[in-house]
Design a protein around this ligand. Structure first.
Ligand code: THU
Length: 129
């Protein structure tokens, strides 16, 4: 797990968060075993900002992978920060319900959960059949 934590902590330093002041780092492990990291990138047109999880997923897909097996998200907060709703759906696109997700603080607190626990009753392609 420390490889993912280290990657998430390192990329968090590069977060572009001048509006919220809230830097977030995320790291995902692809099925190949490779680790991909992303940080939040805010924009002066606020809705155009992107979350750390979205950045990590984009890096994974850009590298040619479409399956993730582990997720780690870290922020400097009093308690581990839950992924936003949109990021829960993004994670579910590339990971099964059993995929572990660790929500963490810079100080070292960790909360273990899964994609299924974060997104019960998810929308998937089966509903479009
Ligand atoms: N943010 C993330 O990057 N991931 C999360 O899981 C929660 C929120 C970002 C979005 C925005 O740049 C900032 O944190 C404040 O909401």
């Amino acid at each position: 797990m420390s490889e993912l934590r280290d990657a998430a902590l390192a990329v968090r330093e590069n977060a572009h968060a001048p509006y919220s002041g809230f830097k977030v780092g995320a790291a995902v492990r692809g099925a190949s075993g490779r680790v991909y990291a992303g940080c939040n990138v805010e924009n002066v047109a606020y809705p155009e900002g992107t979350c750390a999880e979205a950045g990590a997923i984009a890096a994974m897909v850009a590298a040619g992978e479409t399956a993730l097996t582990d997720v780690y998200v870290v922020a400097d907060a009093p308690a581990p920060v839950p992924c936003c709703g949109g990021c829960r759906q993004k994670l579910a696109e590339f990971g099964g319900g059993e995929v572990p997700v660790t929500l963490a603080t810079v100080a070292g607190a960790e909360q273990a959960t899964t994609i299924a626990a974060l997104l019960p009753g998810k929308f998937d392609a089966g509903f479009m059949a």
